[in-house]
Design a protein around this ligand. Structure first.
Ligand code: SME
Length: 161
């Protein structure tokens, strides 16, 4: 059993610091990328409030394929460059979208989603996956969330591919 006792009621620096410590502990010594993505999705789902989807898409043969996640069943394959996830993977840039309805080509996997944060996962100078977070609240993700999630995926990228 894992019990990280992370309080969500604290500054983003401390919250994301605690999440990274927990993510490193969860993936320590475990080489299986799918198992690690599953546990990281669950960790984020448990400690980041106001999400309706949290998980990974993996880059496979130049498209994104659904990986481990928490939330409703989602679209399985996304072409590179399509939607928010495809844009993050194609550009290797975090996508922080305050209003998904205003994002050209947004792919609605869950009609409840109003805002989205997608962080590319890089290993050996290559995007190997993206971490996708959706919220039912508009403008849910701050610059601190973007910085925190970017640090989180960078800290464990070698355990996700
Ligand atoms: N909204 C994403 C698709 C994935 S789901 O949100 C889980 C997109 O536009 O790429």
């Amino acid at each position: 059993m894992y019990d990280f006792s992370i309080s969500t009621d604290q500054s983003p620096d401390i919250l994301y610091g605690d999440l990274i410590t927990a993510a490193l502990a969860l993936t320590d010594g475990e080489p299986d990328a799918i198992a690690n993505m599953a546990n990281i999705s669950a960790l984020i789902w448990q400690y980041i409030p106001d999400l309706n989807w949290a998980g990974f898409y993996r880059v496979m043969d130049d498209e994104l394929v659904l990986g481990p996640f928490q939330g409703k069943s989602a679209c399985i394959r996304i072409a590179m460059g399509k939607g928010v996830c495809g844009a993050a993977a194609a550009t290797n840039q975090v996508q922080r979208v305050a209003d998904v309805h205003a994002f050209p080509g947004h792919i609605a996997c869950d009609a409840d989603s109003r805002s989205e944060l997608v962080a590319p996962v890089c290993a050996d100078q290559r995007v190997i996956a993206v971490l996708d977070l959706d919220s039912p609240l508009p403008n849910r993700f701050s610059a601190d969330d973007e910085a925190g999630m970017t640090k989180l995926v960078a800290a464990i990228a070698n355990k996700l591919g």
